[in-house]
Design a protein around this ligand. Structure first.
Ligand SMILES: Cc1cc2nc3c(=O)[nH]c(=O)nc-3n(C[C@H](O)[C@H](O)[C@H](O)COP(=O)(O)O)c2cc1C
Length: 312
C-alpha cells in the first residue's frame, strides 16, 4: 500500500514537472526571458568562436546575423537592457576579428547596430581575454578558508548589511553557468514574519531556522533552457551559484546553513506566492544566514567520507 501511494505521488510529481517544462522553456512564449536567453546563447557562441584562434576558418556568419535580429527584436519589444548592451559589445569585437565573416551584408547590419548604440560600446569589455596560470596562492590560507566553513544554525541578532550582501553576490557572480546563461536569481528576506512564513511552508523550522536574520532563496529561470536534454541543467547551475554565494557570505564572516527546498507541486506554488517568485523560476535551495554569535556554537562534525572513485 505504501509502495503504491509513493508510486502515485511520484507519478503526479513527474506529470507536474512535465507541464512545467512544456510551459517554460527557451521556445515557449515566456517573452522577455526567452528572448534574453536566445541573445545570451548566441553571444556566447560568438565569443567562443573568437577564442579559437588556431583556426583561420571564417566563422560566425549565421550566429551574428541571428544575434543582430534577436537584439533588435528585444529592444523593440522591451527596450535596451544589460544583456543587449553586452551583446552589442560582443558583436563590435566580432567585427574586429581577422576571421570573422566577410559577408558584406551581414557586416553592414552589425555595423549599423553598433553605430546606432555606439554609446553602450566600451573598449575591451566583451569578446575574449588572455588566461594564463594563476598567481602563486597562499595555499594554507585558502585551504583554511574552505575548511573553516560549517553549517551554523544559531546566529546573533545583528543584521547582514547591504555592503556585506553585495560583496557576497560579487563572489557568487564568478560562478560558471551552462553557456554563460547566468540563470540563477537571488531573493533576500530579512524580516522575521516573512522568514517564518517561508520556513513554515517548507515543513517548519527544524528547531533552528527562526534564529536566522536573513533567508535567501536561490532560484533559476527555466526559460533559459531547452525542454529536453537540458531539463535538469537549471538545478545544476543554481546549485553551483548557491554554493559560491555561501562562500561569498563566508568570506564576509556570515554564518549560513542551507535548507533543502521541499519540492511538492502545491507547496511550491504556495511558496512562490509567498515569496513573490515568478512562475517560470525553480526554487533551488534556501540559505538561512546571520552574523556569528560572540561565543562559539556547537555544530555537527559531519565527518567526510571520500567516496570519490579512482580511475581504473
Ligand atoms: C542542498 C542542501 C540542503 C540542506 N538542507 C538542510 C536542512 O534542511 N536542514 C539542515 O539542518 N541542514 C541542511 N543542510 C546542511 C547539511 O546538513 C550540511 O551541509 C552537512 O551536514 C555538512 O555539514 P557542513 O555544512 O557543516 O559541512 C543542507 C545542505 C545542503 C547542501
Amino acid at each position: 500500500m505504501h509502495y503504491l501511494k509513493n508510486a502515485i505521488k511520484l507519478f503526479s510529481y513527474f506529470f507536474s514537472d512535465y507541464i512545467f517544462y512544456l510551459r517554460h522553456n527557451i521556445d515557449s512564449k515566456c517573452g522577455k526571458d526567452c528572448q534574453s536567453a536566445k541573445i545570451m546563447l548566441l553571444m556566447h557562441q560568438l565569443e567562443k568562436g573568437m577564442s579559437f584562434t588556431e583556426s583561420k576558418r571564417e566563422f560566425g556568419a549565421e550566429k551574428s546575423q541571428q544575434l543582430v535580429a534577436e537584439i533588435r527584436k528585444y529592444i523593440e519589444r522591451y527596450g535596451i537592457n544589460d544583456v543587449c548592451r553586452v551583446a552589442i559589445n560582443v558583436l563590435n569585437e566580432f567585427l574586429s576579428k581577422e576571421n570573422s565573416t566577410r559577408n558584406e551584408d551581414i557586416r553592414t547590419h552589425i555595423e549599423m547596430l553598433c553605430k546606432e548604440y555606439a554609446y553602450v560600446i566600451k573598449s575591451d569589455f566583451a569578446g575574449v581575454k588572455l588566461v594564463s596560470t594563476p598567481p602563486i596562492f597562499n595555499y594554507e590560507a585558502i585551504e583554511d578558508f574552505f575548511a573553516s566553513r560549517s553549517s551554523v544554525r544559531e546566529f546573533s541578532d545583528k543584521p547582514i548589511t547591504d555592503k556585506e550582501l553585495e560583496a557576497a553576490i560579487q563572489i557568487a557572480s564568478y560562478t560558471p553557468t551552462a553557456c554563460n546563461r547566468q540563470t540563477a536569481r537571488l531573493y533576500h528576506f530579512n524580516t522575521k514574519p516573512m522568514i517564518k512564513k517561508m520556513v513554515d511552508n517548507q515543513l517548519g523550522p527544524q528547531g533552528w531556522c527562526y534564529n536566522a536574520t536573513s533567508c535567501f532563496v536561490i532560484t533559476v529561470n527555466q526559460c533559459y533552457f531547452g525542454g529536453g536534454y537540458e531539463r535538469h541543467q537549471a538545478l545544476i547551475d543554481g546549485g553551483l551559484y548557491a554554493m559560491n554565494f555561501v562562500w561569498g557570505l563566508h568570506l564576509n564572516h556570515i554564518a549560513t546553513c542551507f535548507k533543502m527546498f521541499v519540492r511538492e507541486p502545491k507547496r511550491e506554488k504556495e511558496f512562490k506566492r509567498i515569496a513573490n517568485i515568478p512562475k517560470n523560476e525553480i526554487p533551488v535551495v534556501l540559505v538561512l544566514a546571520g552574523h556569528y554569535k560572540s561565543t562559539p556554537v556547537i555544530s555537527p562534525k559531519s565527518v567526510r567520507i571520500n567516496f570519490v572513485s579512482s580511475a581504473i
